[in-house]
Ligand binder design. Sequence first.
Ligand SMILES: Nc1nc2c(ncn2[C@@H]2O[C@H](COP(=O)(O)OP(=O)(O)O)[C@@H](O)[C@H]2O)c(=O)[nH]1
Ligand SMILES: [Mg+2]
Length: 224
Amino acid sequence: MSQVQPSEEKNIFTHLKTMSECIQLSFAVCRIGIYTCFRALCCKGPPPPRPEYDLVCIGLTGSGKTSLLSQLCSESPENIVSTTGFSIKAVPFQNAILNVKELGGADNIRKYWSRYYQGSQGVIFVLDSASSEDDLETARNELHSALQHPQLCTLPFLILANHQDKPAARSVQEIKKYFELEPLARGKRWILKPCSLDDMEAVKDSFSLLINLLEERDFEPSRM
Ligand SMILES: Nc1nc2c(ncn2[C@@H]2O[C@H](COP(=O)(O)OP(=O)(O)O)[C@@H](O)[C@H]2O)c(=O)[nH]1
Ligand SMILES: [Mg+2]
C-alpha cells in the first residue's frame, strides 16, 4: 500500500480549501443575484420623500375654505364646522404635502390674521364669487392687505373665486377687474382661478399650479 506523503497531503488540503472557497463564493453571487431579481420584481422600495410647504389660508367666513380643504383631504363634508380660531390640515398631493393653516374669517378674528402669517411659504385666498357687494368689498380690502403685508408680499398667492356653481357668481374676469389685481399684484407670483365644490378636479389643478410656484419651476408673474 502506498502511503500519502506529507507534501501530497498538503496539496490535497489546499485543493479542498480552494474548492470550498469557490463554492462559498458561488453561493454568495447566487444570493446577490436572487436578491436583486426579487427587489426588481417585487419591491420598488420606498417612494422618495415629498417636499412639505407651510401655507396660510384666508378669506371671509362662508367663502368655502374649510369645505375645499376638507374635500382635498377626503374628509366627510358632514364634519365641517365653522372655524373660530384656526385649524391646520396636512393636504397630500402627488408631489408635495401642503400644511395649510386656515384662519377663521369672522369680523372679530380677521384683525388677528397677521399674527399667524410668520413662517408661511405661500397664501391661499378664498372668496365667495356670489356674495353681496359689501362682502365682496370686504374681501377685496382683506386681499389687498394680505398682498401688501411684509410677511406675505413676496410669497406665491392662489386666489380661488369659489361658489362658481351659483347663478349670481361673478366671472373670474369681473373679479380680476373688481379686485384690481393687475396693478396691485403686478410682479408677484399669483394665480386666480374660478372654482366650486362641485369640481374638485379643477381645484386640484389650481393647487398643482401653486405647488409649481412654490417649487419655482414655472415662474411667470401672473396666471389666470
Ligand atoms: N354652492 C356652494 N356652496 C359652497 C361652496 N363652497 C362652500 N360652500 C358652502 O358654504 C358654506 C360655508 O363653507 P365653509 O367651508 O364653512 O366656509 P369657511 O368659513 O370659509 O371655512 C358651507 O355650507 C359650504 O357647504 C361652493 O363652491 N358652492
Ligand atoms: Mg372655516
